[in-house]
Design a protein around this ligand. Sequence first.
Ligand code: SF4
Length: 115
Amino acid sequence: MDAYGNIFNCTEVSYVATYGTPNEYAIDHLSGKQMPGKRDRLGNFNDRIRQGEYPCSTCPMLPVCGGACPKSWLEGIAPCPSAKHNIEQRLLLTYALSRIEQEELSLQEVSLVNA
Ligand code: SF4
């Protein structure tokens, strides 16, 4: 909520002149003034993903990033985390490192037993 009583469902839009006066992202007002349809602009993001409006509907990263930022998608910016492009390699690397650490711990235990 901003100092003028406007209510938002996004933390990134209040007091941003780019979004107009009155702010086009305001979904409600403390006075009770109706703003029909405004809440859905960002609020129905999951439904829009389900309907296939965004590539998230078929992306394996969806359970991880949740589609990231609805406002970015509206503005034509794909907010995908960089891991989208190499998550398999990152997971393999993490697994390999954990195996190496496990191996080193086992070798340390053997040398302690033999000492
Ligand atoms: S990585 Fe990108 S396309 Fe995939 S779910 Fe996240 S935001 Fe959507």
